[in-house]
Structures are given as structure tokens and as C-alpha cells.
Design a protein around this ligand. Structure first.
Ligand SMILES: *[C@@H]1O[C@H](CO)[C@@H](O)[C@H](O)[C@H]1NC(C)=O
Ligand SMILES: *[C@@H]1O[C@H](CO)[C@@H](O)[C@H](O)[C@H]1NC(C)=O
Ligand SMILES: *[C@@H]1O[C@H](CO)[C@@H](O)[C@H](O)[C@H]1NC(C)=O
Ligand SMILES: *[C@@H]1O[C@H](CO)[C@@H](O)[C@H](O)[C@H]1NC(C)=O
Ligand SMILES: *[C@@H]1O[C@H](CO)[C@@H](O)[C@H](O)[C@H]1NC(C)=O
Ligand SMILES: *[C@@H]1O[C@H](CO)[C@@H](O)[C@H](O)[C@H]1NC(C)=O
Ligand SMILES: *[C@@H]1O[C@H](CO)[C@@H](O)[C@H](O)[C@H]1NC(C)=O
Ligand SMILES: *[C@@H]1O[C@H](CO)[C@@H](O)[C@H](O)[C@H]1NC(C)=O
Ligand SMILES: *[C@@H]1O[C@H](CO)[C@@H](O)[C@H](O)[C@H]1NC(C)=O
Ligand SMILES: *[C@@H]1O[C@H](CO)[C@@H](O)[C@H](O)[C@H]1NC(C)=O
Length: 421
């Protein structure tokens, strides 16, 4: 019996089920989907538990498969979710046959090889999660991601975190006009981050942490519309995805994911240089700004205080100089603040949330302290009075954590006593 005959028998079987029991859910999937999934399965080195030809007439009941219910006898696969299924091997182009696919989740497996171009030609795809595998860059295209990716107008989430994808990030990413979340962290991307973020009007979460990016922070990151005006509120997004879900009837997962997005820019652990743009103040809806472990220099802009939604600001392990702007005391939602290991000087602000930040947030800046005696010279090297020098040498000024505070304070008082009897 040939493939067609084989499939036909499923269809007939399904139809007879249908006739016998009109209330029962039909399980038959479209022949293109059936073929595509079998092709996908045959490219893997492992078998997929719960995928077999005998248990049901078609593929809609297979593990991780969601079908829509728009047609009665031949339903289309809209979700393929096989996260954490110990899948090994490569993924091949046959997945392109899933032309109605909206959610693809193959995260947390042992998949390797390059990402086939066909994977990114799924016209209806909304969520791609390939995180935590061992994928490498697509050499064929000279860039790291296939060009066809950038035609995906419905893509709202692309997660490639935790692979070994190399090469530069293509300008074409700006064509993904519906992108809300882009996570390329923990890969081997290199080169300059393209300055194209102004076109990604819905982007709320961008993480490029732990790559090899160089050059300056793209200025267009300060123009992300969704973080400036909040034109599209998260509530609106959630309800639009809920509608979507309800209409299609399947457990389509976009809603859960999108609703958990916390507006974030994470460029930490790269080799970016140059200044922190003052224009970041525009991003009033941003919750997390993480620029840790780069090579950024220049001052902390005074008007970052405009980022009123900020909860976390990490500028540690850079080469920032000058004072901590006093205006930052106006960032009233910041609960995590870290400027350690820079070249900062002057007095640490004490009002607002600054009262609550631990000493570790300020360490490794030899010119920062809680006293008026720490000032910045015009060339931004700190000056101390002789009395203040004593405190710096002791290395335990006032910024002391609560746990060790008591003992250290006793020592500190004792030393001061000696110095200034
Ligand atoms: C086929 O799938 C059913 C349910 O998914 C399972 O109980 C059965 O063991 C499977 N059979 C094979 C041969 O894998
Ligand atoms: C299902 O049957 C087809 C046709 O015999 C075969 O090519 C395919 O590998 C089978 N799929 C699975 C998941 O066993
Ligand atoms: C993909 O599946 C994993 C579980 O394996 C889950 O943790 C993750 O949230 C899923 N991704 C999306 C985008 O739903
Ligand atoms: C994208 O989504 C819209 C609205 O949900 C839908 O009408 C359209 O068919 C989808 N596909 C493409 C390729 O635009
Ligand atoms: C991006 O879109 C423009 C038109 O909107 C098109 O000309 C260009 O080829 C697209 N780029 C890619 C890489 O698809
Ligand atoms: C953004 O806001 C403007 C003006 O309030 C409105 O005309 C436009 O439709 C909004 N865009 C979206 C995508 O909601
Ligand atoms: C699909 O499922 C939804 C929710 O279960 C239901 O409201 C809708 O009527 C179904 N559509 C069809 C064509 O069966
Ligand atoms: C922040 O600085 C930029 C550039 O110096 C300036 O255009 C902007 O008006 C400033 N914003 C505020 C609120 O001071
Ligand atoms: C850091 O940036 C400076 C220029 O500001 C450059 O000279 C230096 O080589 C960079 N350091 C590293 C480790 O890339
Ligand atoms: C904090 O904000 C208030 C109101 O916008 C302003 O008057 C005040 O000067 C700001 N404080 C600092 C230290 O910038």
C-alpha cells in the first residue's frame, strides 16, 4: 500500500468515525501536515513518544500537536510544541509543509545543525522558540539567519537563546514588524548591532546578552515605540491574543507568553563601547535596562531619571565616569541598582530608593562614597581630604549591608576614634 493509499485509509476511517459518532472529535489532519510531521520525525535521531500511526487516524492527537477545528474532516496543524522531549538530531525542511503553523516550540532539546531556510518560510507563524539547543549559524546565507525569516509578518516572538548561532545580526530583522519579543542571548553573534530598532514598533523585550557584539549601543533602541508611548498596551495585546485563541479553539499559547513579557533591554556581557545615550530617558515603559559587563564609557546621563517605569538598572562592570546623577533618586520603582566596577566618583545619592541599595551596588569605584568629601575633579578623578582618605583606605565607608553592618560599624567607629581623638 503506497503512502497515498495509506493516508486515504485514515481519512476513510475518520469519516466512518464521523458518521458513526457525530459528537466525537475528529482527529484527522491534513495530508500536507501528516507528511510534514513524518518527514520531521524521520530527520530526528530520536523517536517521539506518543507519535505513532496506529493510535489514531491522523496526527492531531500526537504529543505536542494542536490542530485547529475550522474544517471537520481534515484539520490543520497550528501548534507543534515539543519542548523538553529529549529530541536529538537535525530538523529538516519538511516542516515547511505545516503551512498553517502558528506556534513552534522545540526548546530544551538536543537539536543541532543549522536552521533550515524552510523553517522560516511558514507564513502564519507567530511564535518560534528554539531556545536551549545546539543550533549553529546558517553559513549558506553568510549572515546568521536566513533571509526568508524576515518575511514573517505575523511573528511576535522569536527565541533563539542558548544556541551557538554565529555571524552578524541582519538588518532584515527590521522587517519583522509584529515582533514583541526577540531573545538571541547566549549565542555567538558578533559584529555591530544593526541600528534598525526604530522600525520594530511593537518590540518590548530585546535580549542580546552574552554574545560578542561590538560597536556602540544602537541609537534606535531609544526609539522603540512600544516602550515610549505604550501605544499598544499589554492589556490590549493580551485581549487580542485571547480572542485569537478563542476563535481557533486550540490551546494556543501566545496569550500566556505575551502576557508575561516584562519590558526589557538586555545587552549585558558583550563588548559594546561608547556612551549610554541620554535619549534612553524616552523609554518610560521600560522595566529592565541591563548593560552590565561591556566597555561603555562617559557619564551616566542625568536624564535617565525620565525612565519612570524602571525596576532594574544594571550598569556595572563598564568604564563609566563622573558622578551618579542625583536626579536618579526620582526613579521610584527601581529595586535593583548596580553601578559597581566603573570609574565613578562623588557622593552617592541618599534619597529615594538609594537608601535601600546594598554597598555591593557601588563597590569597585574608588572615588564613590557616602560623604560630601568625595567630589569629582573636572577631569573626573576623585579628590579627597586627608580625613576622607582614611575612610577610603579602610575601604568600609557607610555603604554597608545590614547583616555585617553592626560589626563593621564598630570597627569603623573605632578607627575614626583613633584618627580623630
Ligand atoms: C501509540 O500511541 C498510544 C497513545 O498515544 C500508546 O498508548 C501506544 O503505546 C503507542 N504505540 C506504539 C507502538 O508506540
Ligand atoms: C507513519 O507511517 C508513514 C507511512 O507508512 C511512515 O512513513 C512514517 O514514518 C510513520 N510515522 C511515524 C511517526 O511512525
Ligand atoms: C516552550 O516549551 C517550554 C517547555 O518545554 C516552555 O518552558 C516554554 O515557555 C515554551 N515556550 C513558549 C514560547 O511557549
Ligand atoms: C497573519 O495574521 C492575520 C491576522 O490574524 C491573518 O489574517 C493572516 O492570514 C496571517 N498570515 C499572514 C501571512 O499574514
Ligand atoms: C524587507 O522589506 C522590504 C520592503 O518592505 C523589502 O524590500 C526587503 O526585501 C525586505 N528584506 C528582507 C530581508 O526580506
Ligand atoms: C497608536 O496611537 C495612535 C494615536 O493615538 C492611533 O491613531 C493608532 O491607531 C495607534 N496604533 C495602534 C497600532 O494601536
Ligand atoms: C472551534 O472551537 C471553538 C471553541 O471550542 C468553538 O467555539 C467553535 O465553534 C469551533 N469551531 C468549529 C468550526 O467547530
Ligand atoms: C535628555 O537629553 C537629551 C539629549 O541631551 C535631550 O534631547 C532631552 O530633552 C533630555 N530630556 C530631559 C527630560 O531632560
Ligand atoms: C574599550 O573601548 C576603548 C575605546 O573606548 C578601546 O580602545 C578598547 O580597546 C576597548 N576595550 C576592549 C577590551 O575592547
Ligand atoms: C525629582 O522630580 C521632581 C519632579 O519632577 C523635581 O522637581 C526634582 O527636582 C527631581 N529631583 C532631582 C534630584 O532631580
Amino acid at each position: 500500500m503506497g503512502f497515498r493509499g495509506f493516508y486515504l485509509s485514515f481519512v476513510l476511517l475518520a469519516l466512518s468515525f464521523e458518521l458513526q459518532n457525530l459528537n466525537s472529535e475528529t482527529l484527522t489532519c491534513h495530508v500536507d501536515d501528516f507528511r510534514a510531521l513524518n518527514g520531521f520525525s524521520s530527520c530526528l535521531e530520536s523517536t517521539i513518544a506518543g507519535w505513532n500511526n496506529t493510535s489514531s487516524p491522523g496526527c492531531c492527537t500526537w504529543t505536542g500537536i494542536t490542530c485547529d477545528n475550522s474544517t471537520v474532516s481534515c484539520r490543520r496543524v497550528v501548534g507543534l510544541e515539543l519542548g523538553s522531549k529529549k529530541l536529538a538530531g537535525k530538523i529538516c525542511g519538511s516542516l515547511a509543509g505545516l503551512s498553517q503553523l502558528r506556534v513552534l516550540n522545540l526548546s530544551h532539546n538536543f537539536l543541532q545543525g543549522s536552521l533550515p531556510d524552510e523553517l522560516f518560510s511558514l507564513p502564519n507563524i507567530e511564535i518560534i522558540d528554539l531556545s536551549n539547543n545546539a543550533f549553529v549559524g546558517s553559513i549558506k546565507n553568510k549572515g546568521s539567519l536566513p533571509e526568508s525569516l524576515f518575511q514573517l509578518k505575523n511573528l511576535s516572538e522569536l527565541n533563539l537563546q542558548g544556541n551557538s548561532i554565529s555571524g552578524s545580526l541582519s538588518n532584515g530583522i527590521s522587517n519583522l514588524s509584529n515582533l514583541v519579543k526577540l531573545d538571541i542571548s547566549s549565542n555567538l553573534f558578533s559584529g555591530v548591532l544593526p541600528d534598525i530598532f526604530g522600525r520594530l514598533a511593537r518590540l518590548e523585550h530585546f535580549s542580546a546578552m552574552s554574545n560578542l557584539f561590538t560597536g556602540e549601543i544602537p541609537k534606535s533602541l531609544t526609539e522603540l515605540q512600544s516602550l515610549i508611548s505604550g501605544n499598544i498596551t499589554r492589556e490590549e495585546l493580551v485581549s487580542s491574543f485571547q480572542l485569537h485563541t478563542a476563535r481557533q479553539g486550540g490551546p494556543i499559547l501566545s496569550y500566556r507568553q505575551i502576557s508575561s513579557i516584562r519590558p526589557t533591554l538586555d545587552l549585558s556581557y558583550n563588548n559594546l563601547q561608547g556612551p549610554i545615550w541620554p535619549d534612553f530617558w524616552n523609554l518610560k515603559r521600560l522595566h529592565v535596562l541591563n548593560l552590565k559587563e561591556n566597555n561603555l564609557s562617559g557619564p551616566i546621563p542625568n536624564n535617565l531619571s525620565g525612565m519612570t517605569g524602571l525596576e532594574k538598572l544594571d550598569l556595572s562592570h563598564n568604564k563609566l565616569s563622573g558622578e551618579i546623577p542625583r536626579s536618579l533618586v526620582n526613579l521610584s520603582f527601581v529595586s535593583t541598582f548596580d553601578v559597581s566596577y566603573n570609574h565613578l566618583c562623588g557622593k552617592i545619592p541618599e534619597e529615594g530608593q538609594f537608601d535601600t541599595f546594598p554597598s555591593a551596588s557601588f563597590e569597585g569605584n574608588n572615588g564613590l562614597c557616602h560623604s560630601e568629601y568625595c567630589t569629582c575633579q573636572s577631569d573626573q578623578t576623585p579628590i579627597y581630604s586627608p580625613r576622607e582618605k582614611k575612610k577610603i583606605i579602610i575601604g568600609l565607608p557607610f555603604e554597608i549591608g545590614a547583616a555585617t553592618g553592626f560589626v563593621l560599624t564598630v570597627i569603623y567607629c573605632f578607627m575614626s576614634e583613633l584618627s580623630f581623638p
